[in-house]
Structures are given as structure tokens and as C-alpha cells.
Design a protein around this ligand. Structure first.
Ligand SMILES: O=C1O[C@H](COP(=O)(O)O)[C@@H](O)[C@H](O)[C@H]1O
Length: 327
């Protein structure tokens, strides 16, 4: 029962980032120098065309307010770019191996540092990409008792329904790992979408009070340790769809949507301020059908919600080769 409240090229936009050196194996916490993982096979791609990556020069000249504001915006954008990297894998199988390693490393770090690990997942294809985590060595080495598990979005359908993101995660992930049931924070699907969103937000606020969930010092929104997200072929993330007004929600933590362009129409979703206040975010995308949306998000050739995703500490795009084919 869930809790009641309900390459190898590592493509960095910052050329100065140490991790752009392929000698630094994937190790988000320690940056230890070791040979790249043999499990993943990458190909080399050039980096310069992805992301802003431009340098910002400041001079002692007096500037007017709008100049200063625009410099601040560019600096903020640059900061986001520096926290972003893109990993491209020949095979989705290798992507899944590294995604498990990445998640296990963060689990280890946060469980040791703060005694809890707050993890958010999306529905869709992401769940299949988490399959290596429920295998050896991770199944036995991860401190599952300290995990707190959330959904970035949910469809307002019964938990046993095929459209339920809870069911998807339960069938292939939660049923296989010993996360305490009270740490699995599912939505209350017996409520209306609006009430379920409010209820989930109340649940998050309670977890903030009890120090399970941190709050971002810079935004005041909850700061999850890790958000694992998929992306739709139209570039949507969570239930934030292209052109939908919810993409601009700036106050709510959790919002409801009754007109989702992708069925089912009734859903609840974390808002962008919550997603982007996370410490670590991974966007996991596979398949050629998503190549255009990946291009739009990373090369800014279009305006898709995935292009607005950022993280306070680190955003990593995990792509397979077909998904990266238009970069
Ligand atoms: O409807 C949804 O779609 C997205 C993307 O799904 P995918 O199968 O194309 O990866 C998913 O991330 C989201 O959680 C879900 O509700």
C-alpha cells in the first residue's frame, strides 16, 4: 500500500568543466579520475553547438537598469547551461546501465549525507529505462529503506488502471524493491483532479515540515534530490504540454489539468518551479521519434517544454543514438 497522501562524448556546454574529459568516468559525486565505464559505449560528437555556452564579460562601466537586468538573465542562463550535460549512448541498453549507476551513486550520497533520498519519476518509457536498478548489484546495495518515492505527474484513474503511472512504476519497479510502503507517495485518485493536486501539495508540505523533503534556498519550492523524467515526442515533460498555460504556472507546487492533449485528459503535475528546483534532474529519452523534440530542446530550434527544464545542481540528458540524431 502506498502512503495515504497520496559517447563517448559527454557533451558539456562548459568547456572548462572537468567532466568533459573522457578520462573522468561517470561519477556525479566524486569526479574521480578513472577509465570510462566499459558498460557504456559512446561516440564522439562535438559540443559547441549545444547550449549557450557563451562567456559573460563584466566591465566596470556604469550600466542602466535594463542592461543590468539583461546581464543578470544571461548570467542565470549561463549558470543553467554550465549545470547541463548530455550523454549519448550507442544502445539504450548501455544508457540503462549508466542510468542505474548514476541513480545508485546519488542514492548513496544523499542517504549518507541526510539519511533520506527523495526520488521523483515520470510515467511512460522512463520506467523501462530504470530496469537495471532492480538487478544485481543495485538491488542488494541500495539503501531502499531511505528512499521516498514520488510521481512528477499522474493520471486521475484508479491505481489498477492501465493508464496509471502508479501501476506502471509498481509493476516493474516498486514491487521489486523494499521501499517502505509509507515512503511511496502516490496521489489520491479518488478525488477530482483539482482536489488531488491540492492533496498532493499538502503531502509535500508535510514532508517539508518533517525534514524529509528539502526546500530550495533560492526559490522556496521543494528541492527533490533526484527527478527522473521522460519526454514525449512533442517535447512535453510531466504533464506540461507545448503551448499549455500550465507551463507558466509560477505559484503552485502541484497543478491539475483537465484538458491534457494526450489522454487521459485529467491529470495532476508538478509545475516547472518545482521541477527546476530539484538538485539533480535526468531527462531520459530514447528513439528516433523523439529526435526532433530533443533538437528543439537542446539546440533551441523550437519551443518545447523539455527545453525549459533545469536543475539547481545538475541536469543530465541521457539519450540513445536515434534520439540524438538531429543534434
Ligand atoms: O503522458 C505522459 O507522457 C510522458 C512521456 O511518455 P513517453 O512514454 O513518451 O516516455 C511521461 O513522461 C509522463 O509522465 C506521462 O504522464
Amino acid at each position: 500500500m502506498a502512503s495515504s497522501c497520496f559517447l563517448r562524448s559527454i557533451l558539456f556546454s562548459s568547456p572548462t568543466n572537468l567532466r568533459s574529459n573522457p578520462l573522468f568516468a561517470f561519477s556525479p559525486n566524486t569526479l574521480t579520475c578513472s577509465p570510462p565505464s566499459t558498460a557504456s559505449r559512446f561516440e564522439s560528437l562535438s559540443v559547441s553547438s549545444i547550449g549557450a555556452g557563451s562567456s559573460c564579460r563584466l566591465s566596470s562601466t556604469r550600466r542602466n537598469v535594463s542592461e543590468v537586468r539583461s546581464m543578470a538573465t544571461s548570467a542565470a542562463e549561463m549558470g543553467k547551461e554550465e549545470k547541463k550535460r548530455v550523454e549519448i549512448y550507442d544502445l539504450e541498453e548501455n544508457l540503462a546501465v549508466d542510468l542505474a549507476k548514476f541513480t545508485a551513486n546519488l542514492s548513496d550520497k544523499f542517504c549518507k549525507e541526510r539519511g533520506a533520498f527523495t526520488v521523483v519519476v515520470s510515467g511512460g518509457s522512463l520506467i523501462k529505462s530504470l530496469r537495471k536498478l532492480v538487478e544485481s548489484p543495485y538491488i542488494d546495495s541500495i539503501d531502499w529503506a531511505r528512499w521516498h518515492f514520488f510521481w512528477v505527474d499522474e493520471r486521475v484513474v484508479p491505481k489498477h488502471h492501465d493508464d496509471s503511472n502508479y501501476k506502471l512504476a509498481y509493476d516493474s519497479f516498486l514491487s521489486k524493491v523494499p521501499i517502505p510502503p509509507g515512503n511511496v507517495h502516490a496521489i489520491n485518485e479518488s478525488l477530482s483532479a483539482e482536489a488531488a493536486a491540492d492533496d498532493y501539495e499538502t503531502c509535500l508540505k508535510h514532508l517539508v515540515k518533517t525534514n524529509i523533503l528539502r526546500v530550495s534556498e533560492s526559490t522556496g519550492f521543494p528541492k527533490f534530490d533526484l527527478m527522473l523524467l521522460g519526454m514525449g515526442p512533442d517535447g512535453h515533460v510531466a504533464s506540461l504540454f507545448p503551448g499549455h498555460g500550465l507551463c507558466n504556472e509560477s505559484k503552485k507546487w502541484v497543478a491539475s489539468i483537465n484538458d491534457s492533449p494526450k489522454p487521459p485528459s485529467e491529470r495532476i503535475t508538478f509545475t516547472f518551479p518545482v521541477i527546476n528546483s530539484s538538485a539533480h534532474v535526468s531527462l531520459v529519452v530514447a528513439g528516433s521519434g523523439k529526435a526532433e523534440a530533443v533538437q528543439a530542446a537542446l539546440k533551441k530550434t523550437g519551443n518545447v517544454p523539455a527545453g525549459s527544464v533545469s536543475a539547481e545542481d545538475e541536469l543530465v540528458w541521457f539519450l540513445d543514438k536515434p534520439a540524438s540524431s538531429k543534434l
